[in-house]
Design a protein around this ligand. Structure first.
Ligand SMILES: [Zn+2]
Ligand SMILES: [Zn+2]
Length: 361
């Protein structure tokens, strides 16, 4: 009897009592009745979805470079933002990819961990500049600073350190859903809403869930230029660094695990949510994710970075060095908008505001 008396009404939360007459569990508060078997299943599903997640990653030991491998490396220090970036000792003059400062100081190589693999640049500097130029040309109100070749030349190619997470995850998720049905008679309009509690279970295999290992690389930007295609992944060789920069991680694998956990949990909820259809509304109530022996690897991913200063504000652009996917916002040059507005006013009269608004949006 113990497990029966503990059941709570799914509708109102009141304790259920077994009604001998109905052979069902009955709620004295809201009047609903439930089959014992249904309540057992409900309770098991609730317990599974609310069990809490268990993430188990292997620990990661970083690998050091052999002395012979780093002979041609130098460390570049940015006095403005304190970035310490590794590159070829013959890079020449550099612009800091993180802040756009052009007085980066070259010093002797002072260490960096060896990545497990690298996705090499596919887009060279010329193509990266061309892409940014094309993006800028498409927008008529952006300031000329964003379209000049001397500025675009400051774009720097950098391997950003990423932690890559692999696991096979199981997940139980709970959803609340509704279906509505409306009808009318001569006097009233009626809407009936049915409430459903839905449970889904499934497993999925995750490979290369990326979390950037650099506090200086903006997480939002780095996620916006995903995905990277791991078909091009190569075992790291110092030759890939020639002409490019590389940052060393300052967020450990251990400290990146939480971000990986939340990305995996969110993906699992989205996958299971995708299997729910035919309802007017669906809300995710919660989920629990479980896996063990998740793998962690250290990788360098190719990113082009450019910083453009305009009216005392820095505008940052990042481009996936493999696919060309770009993120970054342009400012609007109000002088150009004003000039355009007066031309429109002369030609189209009252429609000028509408045209300007359309061009800005
Ligand atoms: Zn009830
Ligand atoms: Zn800097």
């Amino acid at each position: 009897m113990d497990n029966i008396k503990n059941y709570k009404c799914p509708c109102c939360g009141a304790a259920l009592v077994f009604s001998g007459e109905q052979q069902k569990l009955h709620c004295n508060s809201c009047g609903n009745s439930y089959e014992v078997g249904d309540m057992e299943a409900f309770s098991e599903n609730e317990a599974a979805a609310g069990a809490g997640s268990k993430y188990d990653w292997e620990s990661y030991t970083p690998r050091k470079f052999g002395a012979a491998e780093t002979g041609g490396f130098a460390t570049y220090i940015c006095p403005a933002c304190a970035a310490e970036i590794t590159g070829d000792a013959n890079m020449g003059s550099l612009v800091c990819p993180y802040c756009g400062n052009s007085t980066v100081v070259q010093t002797t190589f002072n260490g960096m961990y060896k990545p497990d693999y690298v996705i090499p640049f596919r887009i060279d500097k010329k193509s990266a500049m061309k892409k940014l130029m094309e993006n800028a040309r498409r927008k008529i109100f952006i300031p000329k600073e964003f379209k000049t070749e001397t500025k675009l030349k400051e774009i720097e190619g950098m391997y950003v350190p990423f932690w890559m997470f692999d696991c096979d995850a199981d997940c139980d998720a709970a959803f609340s859903a509704t279906r509505t049905h409306s009808w009318s008679d001569l006097s009233y309009n009626y809407t009936k809403t049915d409430h459903y509690k839905l449970y889904r279970s499934g497993n999925a295999c995750f490979a290369n869930v990326p979390v950037d290992g650099s506090t200086k690389a903006d997480d939002e930007y780095m996620e916006a230029i995903e995905p990277f295609d791991h078909k091009d992944a190569m075992e790291f060789d110092t030759a890939y660094l020639s002409g490019y920069l590389a940052d060393k991680y300052d967020v450990s694998a251990e400290d990146s695990k939480e971000r990986a956990n939340s990305r995996i949990k969110q993906s699992m909820e989205d996958i299971l949510r995708g299997s729910v259809s035919g309802y007017a509304t669906v809300i995710t109530d919660g989920s629990s994710v479980r896996f063990s022996g998740g793998k962690v690897r250290y990788a360098f991913l190719p990113v082009w970075m450019l910083n453009v200063k305009y009216k005392d504000k820095m505008y940052r652009f990042a481009m996936n060095g493999q696919t060309g996917k770009t993120v970054g916002k342009y400012p609007v040059a109000m002088s150009k908008v004003a000039a355009f507005y007066f031309v429109c006013l002369a030609v189209f009269g009252g429609l000028a505001s509408l045209i300007c608004w359309f061009m800005l949006s």
